[in-house]
Design a protein around this ligand. Structure first.
Ligand code: ATP
Ligand code: MG
Length: 411
């Protein structure tokens, strides 16, 4: 990398020398496009993350070639979003999204462009991107293209809209959530004009589908800078526009004071439910208005109920058995986040030492009880549960003989 490595004192131009493997693996793809007479660049998040030395999960490629031309250049392609200019190319065991340079216009509904127009130059394409740090491109030689001082903002650790922030949020209101999401993930600050534009336009977020807001909200919540990002989410009024948070600023104001960010989606939701002081019967509704899956809803309800339990009394072995390891571990994390540390190691050790971890571990089942003279009916299930408790508390050993004796004594 020129300029002594990091982004200090860099000018408008910069060249990266030692590209990581994710990029070098993709270089032949760019070269093939170049050889056919078209421009091709790495763009967006991967270039940003390269400069920040962050992990890069995938590289996006932008090109002056039309989708049909890309399909001619490469043998294996998938029509991912031809209308928007995106073709997926399979090359060297990897897949690459290649998108034709384009501009967008219209945005009558504050969320998606009415028209996508393919253009011939990169600079038009970079203009439509949300933030300066996301509007960087890099060619095959490692030269960085920076039209909006994204490099300067990376150096200053700023999230700044490309162009006039107000207009950009009018075009696509989701960008306001993306701003706080990137703040959290990158631990950047929000440039004041961009922040002001969010404050002035936060109501537009109501035009965006809950699913898309949720995805950004979760990314914000489980990233290391979530406390500061959440403060902006509250201060700008964005929180008033999302499901279940309206009028709840006071409850949510605790979030920025937390010691850590949650690291899992389930714990983020559990935390929200606890901060909002939602009673048990409202949890399902809250999870559903955020369009969460049933599996997520169950997982979160389990964590919240185990958290309530350990907040009120010491859990017995049957409680630990019913909660299961995943819920126990999540709840220990949650208690830590909330500054109510519990002896997590002790709980996990106790769980590990349980004689049974699920009902298959019990040597007897319903058939066994029926064979041993228990009449068919609800009593069978209840008795099985009683036996489990007795085994878990060490009152009876997990073997047929001991259990048969226990049944005889207790029936
Ligand atoms: P991540 O690491 O989360 O994938 P990313 O920057 O790659 O971050 P994506 O959502 O994958 O984010 O989008 C890729 C690029 O497309 C962005 O870097 C940005 O240039 C552009 N982009 C994505 N969404 C928008 C949007 N709503 N408005 C404008 N540009 C966008
Ligand atoms: Mg991406």
């Amino acid at each position: 990398m020129k300029n002594n490595g990091i982004l200090r004192g860099i000018g408008k131009y910069m060249k990266i020398d030692n590209l990581p493997e994710v990029f070098t693996a993709a270089l032949p793809v760019l070269k093939k496009i170049n050889e056919s007479g078209y421009e091709a660049y790495f763009v967006g998040g991967s270039v940003r993350d390269l400069l920040l030395k962050r992990h890069i999960h995938d590289v996006d490629i932008a090109t002056s070639a039309y989708p049909a031309e890309i399909k001619q250049i490469f043998e294996k392609t998938i029509d991912t979003g031809i209308k928007h200019g995106t073709v997926t190319v399979l090359y060297g065991g990897e897949s690459y999204e290649i998108t034709t340079f384009r501009t967008e216009s219209g945005y009558q509904d504050f969320r998606r462009p009415d028209h996508v127009t393919f253009v011939q130059n990169l600079s038009e394409d970079l203009k439509r991107r949300d933030f300066t740090i996301n509007a960087l491109a890099m060619n095959v030689d490692g030269n960085i293209v920076d039209h909006f001082d994204g490099l300067g903002d990376l150096d200053k650790r700023l999230i700044r809209a490309v162009g006039k922030a107000e207009n950009r949020f009018h075009e696509d209101a989701l960008r306001m959530m993306r701003a706080v999401r990137f703040m959290s993930q990158l631990q950047f600050t929000l440039e004041p004009e961009t922040e002001q534009a969010i404050s002035d336009n936060h109501e537009l977020l109501s035009k965006i589908s809950v699913e898309r807001i949720r995805d950004e909200f979760v990314k914000m919540g489980i990233a290391p800078g979530s406390q500061k990002a959440f403060q902006i989410f509250l201060d700008t009024g964005l929180s008033e526009e999302v499901p279940g948070f309206k009028g709840k600023k006071e409850n949510l104001a605790l979030y920025p004071q937390l010691n850590f960010s949650p690291t899992t989606e389930a714990n983020l939701w559990a935390l929200m439910i606890i901060l909002l002081k939602l009673p048990n019967e409202k949890i399902a509704h809250f999870m559903r208005i955020w369009k969460n899956s049933n599996a997520m809803e169950r997982q979160v309800a389990d964590i919240v109920s185990f958290f309530d339990l350990i907040s009120s009394r010491a859990p017995n072995n049957y409680d630990l058995y019913k909660a299961g390891l995943r819920t126990i571990v999540s709840t220990i994390d949650l208690a830590n986040i909330l500054g109510q540390p519990i002896n997590g190691r002790a709980l996990v050790d106790r769980y590990e030492a349980l004689p049974i971890k699920d009902s298959h571990d019990l040597v007897v089942d319903g058939h066994f009880l029926l064979k041993n003279g228990i009449p068919a009916g609800p009593r069978v299930g209840l008795l099985l549960e009683e036996i489990k408790k007795a085994v878990l508390e060490g009152i009876v050993s997990n073997n047929e003989e001991a259990i048969t004796e226990y049944i005889a004594l207790n029936n």
